[in-house]
Structures are given as C-alpha cells and as structure tokens.
Write a protein of this length. Structure first.
Length: 263
C-alpha cells in the first residue's frame, strides 16, 4: 500500500497561466505542510497565439516558468523533490508546435489534455450553456476520439482528467467510448492523471470516475496523483480519498522523472 508520506502531487499550476494564484514557492511550502514527498509543476503550456490565449502562459514566458521552478528546486533541495512538467493540450493541427515546445527543455512529466471540442472550451464555466444544445452521446464520442488521438500522438506521458466533460454534471450516458479510449491508452503505455479537482467541481467526483478507475486498472493503466491546484491551499487535495479509490480498484500509483515512469 502506498504511504501518504511517499506521495507526489504531479498536477500544479502557477500564476503564469493567468487563472492561478500563489507563487510556486507557496505551492512547495503547502506540499511540505501536507507531508508530501514531492511535487511536479505542470502549468498550461504555450500554444499557438490563436489558441486559448487567456488561459495559459505565452511562449515568451516559458523560460521564466522553467527558471522559477528551478529556483524552487534549489531552495527546497533535501526537503521536497520538485520536478518540472507541463500540461499540454491535444488539439488537432497543433502537434508540431507542441512537439517543438516539448523539445525545448528537459521536462520530467507531460500531461496530455483535451479542453476543446472544435472552438468550444467545454470545461469553461462561461460556456456551460452550450451543453443544452449538444447531444451528450455525440459529445462524448467526439471527446474520446480526441483522447484516443492524444494517446496515439506519442507526445504525452499521461492523459489528463479523463472524463472531464462531466465537470458540470453532464455525465456520459454510455461508457463504451471511454472504454475504447482506455484500450488505446493502455496500448500506448500511458498513465492516467488521477485528478482530485473533480471533487471541487459541480460533479463532485474525481476524474476518472470509480467505474473508469476500475476499468483502467484492469487494463494495467497506472495513475499519477494530481490536485490540479490553482492555489496553494489545493495542493494534495483529498489524496487519501484518491488512494482509497485507486487501491480499491487494484490500481498502481506512479510518478515521472525525466519522462520515465517510477512506481
């Protein structure tokens, strides 16, 4: 059984994304206070200027992000392991841009997330009314097809918040598309971001849901714990509950360093 004292929070943001508060140093201090062994910053990576610009760092801020994380690494050395990662987006047509950014620095861990269906940012509260004009079955089929594309792209180490479209309570009416996506994720030997932020959202359920956690574990897919913290007080959020859900499913918790998976 994994000890809480050996846990990493591998999904943390910084103010550079434009919608997080607190300095990286404050996130590290919060992790120490929570008794975590380490953290990995995974802020929203730069994308082409036309894509989702208000919600991520600009390309000219990438070096600042890396330098800031390295400063925190040095300050907390010997007390807390601090790693450097990104939450990257999978949006068809942007793969070459993403690949260039991923080659720019020696990242420890890269999450691949789908936040858009076409031009619609489906997890943005500003646009939640769009769900009323969508067929949920079609929406989820489209979403999981993109997740499969992310898994096949070879760009990422894990898939972020697997069942994200449920965020506002719009649950999948049929799990078949999710199960097909899990087959592709397993074949690509990727992990899943076990994202506790869902417990802070209207759906009040972590990503992935318990039944998808069981299905992933049955396929040999590992889980990377992440709070998706956008404030220091969210670091390590409900990790005891997360461990319980993963262990009840027979799953394994892992971390990444140098883009290599570690138990």
């Amino acid at each position: 059984m994994t000890s809480p004292l050996s846990l990493f929070d591998s999904h943390l943001h910084t103010p550079l994304c434009g919608h997080a508060t607190g300095t990286p140093r404050e996130y590290a201090r919060a992790a120490l206070d929570a008794g975590l062994a380490g953290i990995c910053f995974t802020d929203h990576m730069p994308m082409p200027a036309w894509y989702d610009a208000p919600w991520r760092m600009r390309l000219d801020q990438l070096a600042e992000y890396v330098d800031t994380v390295r400063e925190v690494q040095a300050e907390f050395a010997g007390r807390l392991t601090v790693r450097l990662g990104l939450e990257a987006d999978f949006h068809p047509g942007t793969e070459r841009f993403v690949e260039r950014v991923l080659k720019a620095y020696p990242w420890d861990y890269v999450i691949g997330s789908v936040h858009y269906l076409g031009a619609w940012g489906f997890d943005n509260p500003e646009f939640v009314a769009e769900y009323e004009d969508r067929d949920l079955g079609e929406l989820y089929r489209h979403y999981y097809a993109l997740v499969e594309g992310a898994a096949r792209s070879g760009l990422f180490d894990s898939i972020g918040h697997l069942d994200l479209p449920k965020k506002f309570g719009h649950r999948h009416p049929d799990a078949s598309a999710a199960l097909r996506a899990l087959d592709v994720i397993a074949a690509a030997d990727l992990a899943l971001d076990f994202n506790t932020a869902g417990w802070r959202k209207p759906v009040a359920e972590a990503y992935p849901a318990p039944e998808l956690t069981r299905a992933a574990a049955a396929r040999g897919i590992s889980f990377v714990l992440g709070s998706d913290a956008h404030a220091p007080g969210e670091v390590g959020f409900r990790f005891t509950d997360a461990l319980g859900q993963i262990q009840a499913a027979g799953g394994q918790v892992v971390t990444y360093a140098g883009r290599v998976r570690h138990a």
